[in-house]
Design a protein around this ligand. Sequence first.
Ligand code: FES
Length: 147
Amino acid sequence: MERKQFLKSLGAGAAFAITFPCLGSCSKDNGEDGNIVEEPNNVDFTIDLTSAEAANLANNGGFILKNLVVVARNLDGEFVAASQVCSHQSYDEVRFTGQQGGIFYCDVHGSRFAQDGSNLNQVDGKAPKPLKIYQTELSGDSLRVFE
Ligand code: FES
């Protein structure tokens, strides 16, 4: 059967799906949430802790997302920051939780990371590499996040 005849036999919808398989979903992996992106580099920004964007940092266990960095206030009231891009498969789904003593996690495939970025579990039988961690420096109400 010729290719043209084959596509015609499948119908227009199937032919379109075969011909343009990536439209609208190439950045995602089989419908999982989040996007695959590059890990942030040359990070250096400040956050005004009195601003609205920093409201979630007022309480221990809270976090915000900025410039693909998760900035969190751990259970001791210290500021910690990590890449929002997971070290497992580069989805931008890393978040912080006060549970388990305060950890970074990614629910795309279940990776868990300590606040120093070290891996806490295995995914698909392997331990993903450590999560990238950034430095934080508090000066008055200004929090600097940098490499
Ligand atoms: S991309 Fe985060 S656990 Fe797989």
